[in-house]
Design a protein around this ligand. Structure first.
Ligand SMILES: Cc1cc2nc3c(=O)[nH]c(=O)nc-3n(C[C@H](O)[C@H](O)[C@H](O)COP(=O)(O)OP(=O)(O)OC[C@H]3O[C@@H](n4cnc5c(N)ncnc54)[C@H](O)[C@@H]3O)c2cc1C
Length: 543
């Protein structure tokens, strides 16, 4: 069995010198999260000068990483910059984290592949979930590489909806602790098919599990969580051709006078403005920030936002319908340290008793009283502790559909979110079925809460990819239809949201498009197995 590698130290010269007012590179990647970080890793041997530009810093490893009161009540790591609910005109604190590694610093490392059906057109209760411009088979080899890179633990043959894998999971599944194992048995007795959920945590012992028990929603102080910083960005920075510019907020992109190409990114570094020039620009700021950056980058040639000839930039914002669900047996304690080992997809697709797809059940890391206190400030801590010491904590997600009116807009530097949830009937149906199943499994009390506008962990869709430039922002390789050297490589390109965690699909896609991006910046090809060149395509304005 392979050992999880220890964290590579930073190479001397890996950090770009912030004293220069102009920086240059072959490829500039804006954002170091799942999309940007994985792309940087894929380009590390391409012989290109790669500059990652990240608004955040390295997240410090410190005791507070795993102290829920600091993370959830004092909000130590989440951004304090609000977004605005456009319908109500109210600010809210989004669940976004500006650090090297982006939101993966806090994620639960659940790393499933999307199902084969997620790439096809599927009829849902509220309408059509559109097909992707490429199919599962095209992404499959890159899923396999992404699973290797993020050291995914999982099991094949348990989940009937699991698509074919060309390679087994690189690591065996994380075992269930007793309360979860008992739950799995009781679900099986009901004819259901619980399975070991794919996960990027490396937890060989109970000591490791206890050390990382809060790491779903918190950083992992041990490094046992595969996040984009430790598995992609730091390894990429080992290459002499990859550098990272920290604390640099990219405010806008400037184009050449004819508007055909991006000439430079303008970044705010404290009080200073830095100009960054490159052959190829890749925006990977996360679905909302990427759209916001392009919408801010208006010019005479791109009056409604850069690369927005379709008018769809910022639209089709999706976040999943999701519910936090507590199943409580008052006379049984739940001592599980790392609970996120089980999944259930029995109602993921339409079937004999399900006229339309519902969604996925997975476990939360393990809820602790201070995590709930943040949302229930009036409930005494002892009461929350009584409940969470006895609860199985479940996360239910179902697909929301792309709607042009669900959109990101900008008002100067303000980010506005216009969001009305849709396709809620399947979500309610899933909550109902799971309530029945957990009661039968011995948990008589059910507490649940449907998440709102601030729970945007699975955001996507704001720059959809497609073959027709009139109804998509990007081509199937995440290349702007309008601007010849502009790519968007994060969840913005998703044409539909599926009903599963997005991070592995973001990473696999970054590996898939890396050769195209390398070729666009002049790579000769043959630089390692992530880079096999394709010809860059001309921009729509060139055609
Ligand atoms: C609490 C939590 C739990 C989650 N759990 C899971 C899970 O278990 N499984 C899963 O698959 N997904 C999970 N997710 C979602 C997952 O983390 C995201 O889907 C994924 O990180 C998105 O990747 P991205 O590249 O699109 O953006 P991000 O990873 O967020 O990266 C964006 C990066 O861009 C930087 N940036 C943004 N704007 C700018 C700018 N203008 N200039 C410079 N830099 C900029 C940001 O600082 C950030 O580093 C979770 C998320 C959260 C918050």
């Amino acid at each position: 069995m392979n050992q999880i590698p220890s964290l590579p130290p930073l190479r001397e010269g890996a950090l770009a010198n912030p004293d220069h007012d102009t920086l240059t590179a072959d490829v500039v990647i804006i954002g170091s999260g799942m999309g940007g970080g994985t792309l940087a890793w894929a380009l590390k041997d391409a012989g290109l000068g790669v500059l990652i530009v990240e608004r955040g810093q390295f997240l410090p490893r410190e005791p507070e990483n795993s102290q829920p009161d600091h993370v959830f009540i004092k909000k130590r790591y989440v951004t304090s910059q609000p977004w605005y609910d456009a319908k109500r005109g109210q600010p809210f604190q989004p669940g976004v984290y500006y650090w090297v590694g982006g939101n993966t610093k806090m994620y639960g490392a659940c790393l499933p592949r999307f199902r084969r059906s997620d790439f096809e057109e599927v009829t849902h209760h509220d309408g059509i979930s559109p097909a992707w411009p490429f199919r599962y088979d095209e992404l499959e080899p890159f899923y396999a590489r992404a699973e290797e890179l993020f050291e995914v633990h999982g099991a094949l043959g348990e989940d009937p909806t699991e698509p074919e894998h060309s390679t087994p999971y690189p690591y065996p599944p994380l075992s269930h602790e007793p309360a979860v194992a008992r739950f799995a048995v009781r679900l099986r007795h009901q004819g259901l098919h619980p399975f070991h959920m794919a996960n990027g945590m490396h937890l060989p012992s109970m000591t490791d599990r206890r050390a990382d028990t809060t790491a779903d929603g918190s950083p992992s102080a041990t490094g046992n969580k595969s996040d984009a910083e430790n598995r992609a960005v730091r390894p990429a920075l080992q290459s002499p051709t990859v550098r990272l510019l920290l604390g640099a907020y990219v405010r806008r992109l400037h184009t050449s006078p004819d508007g055909h190409t991006v000439a430079a990114a303008e970044a705010q570094l404290g009080e200073r403005t830095v100009r960054i020039e490159a052959k190829t620009f890749v925006v990977s700021g996360g679905a909302v920030n990427s759209a916001a950056l392009l919408l801010r980058s208006v010019s005479d040639q791109h009056p409604t936002g850069l690369g927005n000839s379709s008018g769809l930039l910022g639209r089709n914002y999706m976040v999943h319908n999701s519910t936090f669900f507590l199943a409580v047996n008052p006379v049984r304690r739940n001592d599980t340290a790392w609970q996120k080992t089980l999944g259930l997809n029995d109602w993921y697709e339409a079937g004999p008793d399900t006229p339309y797809p519902l969604g996925n059940l997975q476990m939360l890391g393990k809820l602790r009283a201070p995590m709930v206190k943040a949302a229930r400030s009036w409930v005494p801590m002892w009461a929350l502790k009584t409940v969470t010491d006895r609860s199985l904590d479940i996360y239910l997600s179902t697909e929301d559909l792309p709607r042009p009116d669900n959109r990101v807009t900008v008002d100067g530097d303000r980010i506005m979110i216009n969001w009305t949830p849709n396709n809620l009937a399947p979500h309610q149906q899933l909550v109902k079925r799971i309530s029945r199943a957990v009661r039968k499994a011995g948990y008589p009390i059910v507490l649940s809460e449907c998440m709102g506008i601030a729970t945007n962990s699975h955001m996507c869709g704001t720059a959809v990819a497609g073959t027709d430039p009139s109804v998509s922002v990007l081509d199937p390789n995440c290349h702007s239809h309008d601007v010849s050297n502009l790519y968007v490589v994060d969840s913005s390109f998703f044409p539909s949201s599926a009903a599963l965690n997005p991070a592995l699909s973001i990473a696999a896609n970054a590996l898939r498009v890396a050769p195209t991006i390398a070729a666009s910046a002049g790579a000769k090809g043959g630089h390692g197995d992530a880079i096999r060149g394709r010809e860059p395509r001309p921009s729509r304005l060139d055609r």
